[in-house]
Design a protein around this ligand. Sequence first.
Ligand SMILES: Cc1cc2nc3c(=O)[nH]c(=O)nc-3n(C[C@H](O)[C@H](O)[C@H](O)COP(=O)(O)OP(=O)(O)OC[C@H]3O[C@@H](n4cnc5c(N)ncnc54)[C@H](O)[C@@H]3O)c2cc1C
Length: 442
Amino acid sequence: MQFSTARLPEDTSLVNSVAVIGAGVAGIQAALDLANHEILVHLIEREPSIGGHMAQLDKTFPTNDCAMCILSPKMAEVARHPMIQLHTCSSVEKIEGEVGDFTLTIRKKPRFIDESLCNGCGDCVQICPVEVYNRFDAGIGVRKAIYKPQPQSVPDLVIKDQEHCIECGLCYDVCARDAVLKEQKETEIQVHVASVIVAVGYTIFDACRKSQFGYLRFPDVITSLELERMLNASGPTGGEVRRLSSGSTPQSVVFIQCVGSRDISVDRPYCSCVCCMAAIKNAMLIKEKYPEAEVTICYQDIRAYGKGYEEYYRRAEQMGIRFLKGMPGGVEQDASGVTLQVENTETREVLTLHPELVVLSAGIDPAPDLPKIAESLGIPLEKTGFARAANDAMAPVTTIKPGIYIAGTVAAPRDIPDTVIMGEAAAMKAFRDVLAAEAKEL
Ligand SMILES: Cc1cc2nc3c(=O)[nH]c(=O)nc-3n(C[C@H](O)[C@H](O)[C@H](O)COP(=O)(O)OP(=O)(O)OC[C@H]3O[C@@H](n4cnc5c(N)ncnc54)[C@H](O)[C@@H]3O)c2cc1C
């Protein structure tokens, strides 16, 4: 496809462009759809790499496609697209104006790297002696103080974490391009756009709030996102499932569903939509890898609502995964390991289980920055904290504010296919605003 150079990315005075806030799969899809229609997109991502939660996943239900195999080509397309101006480590500080003519103030945090010089070779990462907790690995892996945010980062640049850097000087010495910086300041720019798509996604429910399950107290109690990172071949355990207490492979695994979902005691009355399928997926992956392992899913109801999902669930049953209808009251630990009691509500039998690993299917919470963003945009939130659409049935990506659209899990928990559909729909709406703004200018 040929791209016109009519709207050069450097020309931030143009309103014939769109801002997309958040570069998970929703924001990436929206940005690519717009850019492929020759609309200039400012894609604004808080983190040093784009990709969002999908980049952390191992496989995707219900096809068990490798998540990065389907996401990374889109990420790479974003990086090289002439109509996408990518702002990483960035957030929107201020939004003014109205549909057709919004002004956004974008603040970029320092990377302590000269982005025009770094080629992502990773020599500095190799030599860095400092290891710290890695958020991308959901806490079960470590990274260096100078690091690549994820194995297939876009943009392919490192970032220096000043908080943990000990200024040993090795990274400055090893960098052949002198790209590592001792000092760098925050910067601010303004961009003018016709409309804004908000795609800031979700965060995982803090499983510590259900303290009875022992998360962060018992090493062999982990969350589903941590399990995703373990199962991932490029993750901290190289794709092996490990007990954090001993490093051994667990012979029995119990999933506890609805941790922070459908639970009024923690103010989470809603269903997180993806946890049943994610648990089934990960249970299947464990069973495929370790056929002798006993895998049990303790659940309230199995919600297999999407295309191919019910068949996927049935396949898991055929693989020997045990579905136990009942919710454990808590998890205990003694010298022999973890124990949990659960009533099978179908048979009224009370069972005591001694799994070697417990996986908490932690629910989906609204993105932490959403209240601030919503306030600056003038869009309302639901009681649940997710962004409110103008009409959930008939206008799910439209907000009450003309020119402001929502896409993906920012609006409610949902799976990747529905997220992608919303990204496409929001792009279409934003495209119409650009056409209207262009028509006005003529
Ligand atoms: C354990 C688990 C397993 C899953 N497995 C599957 C699966 O197999 N199949 C499936 O279909 N779905 C699965 N899902 C659901 C899937 O993760 C989501 O549907 C999808 O990732 C949502 O994408 P998103 O773009 O809406 O949000 P996100 O992926 O959360 O992306 C939002 C982006 O916005 C950025 N951002 C946040 N705040 C700001 C800000 N203030 N400024 C700028 N940027 C910001 C974030 O850094 C992030 O990059 C799973 C979910 C979980 C928890």
